[in-house]
Design a protein around this ligand. Structure first.
Ligand code: NAD
Length: 393
């Protein structure tokens, strides 16, 4: 029997379960590329339930306990005295979500003598030290595609929110004002703008496909060039590097994983080469941007706006400057954890666990590292020297 340590975000302040706005969520049959959705043998929740918090437990608790496993579920994840740190030493499996990441540093992995499997319930496994996991032969898996469309929708929303200057306009309306000039002095149409996509994986392509009908001029860069027919369909211009891409965009959206190659990429030097008054939307990872360089660029007017939902670290401290910097439309890390997204990644987490306990293979597209090396999506998206593997582009 295994010990499963699950770190989830805290319950709603108003209690659990919440009052839901809708009674159901739409049934999605396949992902846009035809890739199939998670198909566990059973679900311990009703799709549409809030399962990403402690009481929701990803719908796993009853199933795991009835099979005889030990289950620890906590939101207490920081510091030597945290439940996570205290329970980690003999855990076989650790599960957490990027919204409330259980940071599995090399030191923590060294202490976790029994650890064999780390599951990211969602997408983005940078909160686990992948080199340390490789050295120990630990499997790291995530639920690839589960919330890619959720994030793409949030990205499109934040692009429009920045360019139209929605936050300012809403604040004027909500506070009883009616000065139209104040409301529109920074408001533009997106139509005709140049939009650059940094990394055209599942989210980046979904953003391209959703923004194309706005009549924007699209360009992108990625370690892998997209097929010619795809570029033609969306009238896409390819750039060899982000340095080249950013010089010709009014809006830049970020969709690469956080790796040693992407950490700190959006720094003073790169931002200075963007056209004056550009916008950035980053729902990938906070640490891809240099925190203070973003603040400086907004204060000087080099950037007209910055939005996204990812911070470094998470949760962000109350005095994090991105909460109050000018012309920001930040959200907390929510884009990938809509109730719709939760249903898919909770189902995928259960499927991974079922495979693990049965001794059957986990889907290759869910694997980041396995057997001491990058495999599946990890080989394509995370490895320093990538291989095109299981992409279904
Ligand atoms: P994906 O694996 O489908 O795509 C990642 C793409 O990044 C690939 O095309 C890869 O070639 C490219 N890439 C990797 N390193 C690069 C580099 N140095 N330069 C250029 N391109 C590079 O993943 P996805 O589903 O599109 O997700 C992308 C990232 O978005 C995740 O890794 C995660 O960090 C983040 N994410 C955030 C949320 C959220 O809730 N905000 C949810 C899901 C994913």
């Amino acid at each position: 029997m295994a010990k499963i340590l699950i770190v989830l975000y805290p319950d709603p302040i108003t209690g659990y379960p919440p009052t839901y706005a809708r009674t159901s969520i739409p049934q999605i049959d396949t992902y846009p590329t035809g890739a199939t959705l998670p198909s566990p043998k059973d679900l311990g929740f009703t799709p549409g339930d809030l399962v990403g918090c402690v009481s929701g437990n990803l719908g796993l608790k009853d199933w795991l306990e009835s099979a005889g496993h030990t289950v620890v579920i906590t939101d207490d994840k920081e510091g030597a005295d945290s439940v996570f740190e205290r329970e980690l030493h003999d855990a076989d499996v650790v599960i957490s979500q990027p919204f409330w990441p259980a940071y599995l540093t090399a030191e923590r992995i060294a202490k976790a003598k029994n650890l064999q499997l780390v599951i990211t319930a969602g997408i983005g496994s940078d909160h686990t030290d992948l080199n340390a996991a490789n050295e120990r032969g630990i499997t790291v898996a995530e639920v690839t595609y589960s919330n890619s469309i959720s994030v793409a929708e949030h990205t499109v929303m934040q692009v429009l929110v920045l360019v139209r200057d929605f936050v300012n306009q809403h604040q004027i309306a909500a506070s009883g004002g009616w000065n139209i000039a104040d409301a529109v002095e920074r408001s533009y149409d997106l139509e005709g703008m140049r939009v650059g996509i940094f990394a055209a994986g599942r989210i980046g392509r979904a953003v391209i496909e959703r923004l194309a009908p706005f009549g924007v001029r699209l360009s992108y860069t990625d370690r892998f060039r997209l097929p010619a027919e795809y570029e033609e369909k969306y009238n896409l211009t390819f750039h060899e590097s982000i340095e080249s891409l950013v010089t010709e965009v009014d809006v830049l959206t970020i969709h690469a994983p956080l790796t040693e190659q992407t950490r700190g990429l959006l720094n003073d030097e790169l931002l200075a080469t963007m056209p004056h008054g550009a916008y950035i939307v980053n729902p990938a990872r906070g640490a891809i941007a240099d925190r203070d360089a973003i603040v400086r660029a907004l204060e000087s007017g080099q950037l007209a706006g910055y939005a996204g939902d990812v911070w470094d670290p998470q949760p962000a401290p109350a005095d994090h400057p991105w909460r109050t910097m000018p012309h920001n439309a930040m959200t907390t890390h929510t884009s990938g954890t809509s109730l719709s997204g939760q249903a898919r990644y909770a189902a995928g987490t259960r499927e991974i666990l079922e495979n693990w306990f049965d001794g059957s293979p986990i889907r290759p597209e869910y694997i980041i590292v396995e057997g001491g090396g990058y495999k599946g999506t990890g080989a394509h998206s995370y490895a320093e020297k990538p291989t095109k593997d299981n992409q279904g582009v």
